[in-house]
Design a protein around this ligand. Structure first.
Ligand code: PGA
Length: 253
């Protein structure tokens, strides 16, 4: 069975004292994860190793970076290389979140390079895709996401593809409280899987975990995650509240 993942994206929120308490409260719930279920915390970069110390002993819990740079190393003040993440034991990195695409002009081509850097360093990228509202309103969401996948992923080998996680996040649903319906989520996830199946194979596509993101909450996670092609969620706002994220982890299939 595919990995089922509840991934928190704290974005630029919380002090370390608040973040540490949040992690401790979530761990204190003592949720027993099945072998294929994972809880991942996308914490701000100053907390990566601190957070890793808190979750490290718990199997199937891990810490994720929220971003890395597309170059290997060098004179890029303020940036973080995938090799640096690897060197301190970080196993996951969110790549291409819509906020980074929009505010930091990250292109599909740049994201292809970021994926390369992650994979070279044994880091599992959580690759984000998804359409803005005008594209959805024009009914062009499938081709929009297909292009994102083609331009950022299609240079990868099948084996490389199998080591990435995809998050479909319709931009109109992020932080808006307006969640995609289960029909909209399932339809898009099936579309992503079909695009991968066509390029690679149905069996390769079937192995890829595809998370849904965009106003996942404690009260809608179970329904969203029950869709056959939805393998968990990438969660912003609700991941900042221990009780909510606990419920979301418990909603994994
Ligand atoms: P949200 O954010 O859950 O607050 O909508 C999701 C995301 O941006 O990953």
């Amino acid at each position: 069975m595919r990995k089922q993942i509840a991934a928190a994206n704290w974005k630029m929120n919380l002090t370390w004292a608040q973040g540490k308490k949040l992690l401790q409260d979530i761990l204190a719930a003592g949720i027993s994860l099945k072998d294929n279920q994972h809880a991942i915390f996308g914490v701000p970069s100053p907390y990566l190793t601190l957070a890793d110390v808190v979750v490290r002993e718990k199997s199937n819990y891990a810490v994720s970076a929220q971003n890395c740079y597309d170059k290997k190393s060098g004179a890029y003040t303020g940036e973080i290389a995938a090799e640096m993440l690897q060197s301190v034991g970080i196993k996951y990195c969110i790549v291409g979140h819509s906020e980074r695409r929009e505010y930091f002009n990250e292109s599909n081509q740049m994201l292809a390079e970021k994926l390369n850097r992650c994979l070279e360093n044994g880091i599992t990228p959580i690759f984000c895709c998804g359409e803005p509202l005008p594209v959805r309103e024009a009914g062009a969401q499938n081709s929009h996401v297909e292009l994102q996948l083609k331009e950022s992923l299609f240079h990868l080998s099948a084996d490389q593809l199998k080591s990435i996680v995809i998050a479909y996040e319709p931009i109109w649903a992020i932080g808006t409280g307006k969640t995609a319906s289960t029909e909209q989520a399932q339809e898009m996830h099936a579309c992503v899987r079909a695009v991968l199946a066509e390029k690679y194979s149905a069996s390769v596509a079937d192995e890829i975990s595809i998370l849904y993101g965009g106003s996942v909450k404690a009260n809608n996670a179970k329904e969203l995650f029950s869709c056959p092609d939805v393998d968990g969620g990438l969660v912003g706002g609700a991941s900042l509240v221990a009780a909510d994220f606990i419920t979301i982890i418990q909603s994994l299939k």
